[in-house]
Design a protein around this ligand. Structure first.
Ligand code: NDP
Length: 286
């Protein structure tokens, strides 16, 4: 039976640490780290994420400000808001909730965020810094996976690590971070041949493809550590599930993350960590 990697507990532990650091930061500086969250339109899933982000900020003592813009907001209006936030000294991190409505050019918007305030780490400047291993911020989900591994005592050095998925926000940065910790990394995607065979080489398997319960025991080596990044609705009952078929894989893995309660709670926690780092680096006064 696998050890359960409890993301909820680990996230709570890290948030307690951030809260204590924030109290000290406020005493020393007289202001709180500040996060601006911008949402355009009324996508219900995005609205839930944004609410959770504000709640998390409140929990650790940050200042957070929400900007809810109408779905027909123009690019010029959104760029003007970002410019204002770039120059607002009470705001240390800016997050633009994706996806944006189709008429807005996501790349142009993300490029407009000052890299110093880019707490999602999506700006090409920050992506480049991650590539060379000299960074201030890491993208929240892969950073959350690394924190889960570290705090569960999973050694990465010399291990066969297989990442399935190569998106810019999860798969690619995840591969770089495992490589930085001296894993031997393979990245798989939709054109990978013999996927199950490649996955079975993994000591650490990271599943990030967005397909409900795709990975069953035939993809997993006995004793592997399995990290499930997927967040899907199970077609049969509409319940939240991962990319991994937990019931099939859990008996043969040595450790596994559940969904919900695994990687999910870590993502917002890493956003808090990036915002705290941004505030420390900027040293602005409210
Ligand atoms: P994307 O859709 O951007 O990328 C999916 C990747 O999976 C692509 O690289 C694609 O390959 C690959 N892929 C798709 N189907 C297969 C297949 N059958 N076999 C092998 N590879 C496949 O998704 P994201 O990276 O944004 O997200 C992945 C999952 O993680 C989703 O379930 C998402 O909801 C979840 N997620 C969870 C977060 C959390 O906080 N827990 C945060 C972010 C994402 P190709 O490139 O060839 O098309």
């Amino acid at each position: 039976m696998a050890k359960l990697i409890n993301g909820k507990e680990i996230a709570a532990e890290i948030r307690r640490e951030i809260k204590a650091d924030t109290e000290k930061f406020k005493e020393e500086n007289g202001y709180a780290p500040g996060l601006a969250v911008v949402i355009v339109g009324e996508d219900p899933a995005s609205q839930v994420y944004v609410r959770n982000k504000h709640r998390a900020c409140e929990e650790v003592g940050f200042y957070s400000k929400g900007f809810e813009l109408a779905a027909d907001t123009t690019e010029a209006e959104l760029l003007a808001l970002i410019d204002k936030l770039n120059h607002d000294e009470s705001i240390h991190g800016i997050l633009v909730q994706l996806p944006l409505p189709k008429h807005l050019d996501e790349e142009k918007i993300l490029l407009a965020i000052d890299p110093k305030k880019d707490v999602d780490a999506f700006h090409p400047y920050n992506v480049g810094r991650i590539m060379i291993g000299n960074y201030d911020f890491l993208p929240c989900t892969p950073a959350g996976v690394m924190a889960l591994l570290e705090r569960s005592g999973v050694a990465i050095e010399g291990k066969e690590c297989v990442v399935v998925g190569r998106s810019n926000i999860v798969g690619k940065p995840q591969a770089l971070l495992l490589l930085e910790k001296n894993g031997t990394v393979t990245v798989c995607h939709s054109r990978t041949k013999n996927l199950a065979e490649v996955c079975r080489r993994a000591d650490i398997l990271v599943a990030a493809i967005g397909k409900p319960e795709f990975f069953d025991a035939s993809y997993v080596k006995e004793g592997a550590v399995v990290i499930d990044v997927g967040m899907n609705r199970r077609p049969a009952d509409g319940k939240l599930c991962g990319d991994v078929d937990f019931a099939s894989v859990e008996p043969i893995a040595s450790a596994i993350t559940p969904v919900p309660g695994g990687v999910g709670p870590m993502t917002i926690t890493m956003l808090l960590k990036n915002t705290f780092t941004a505030a420390k680096k900027q040293g602005a006064k409210v």
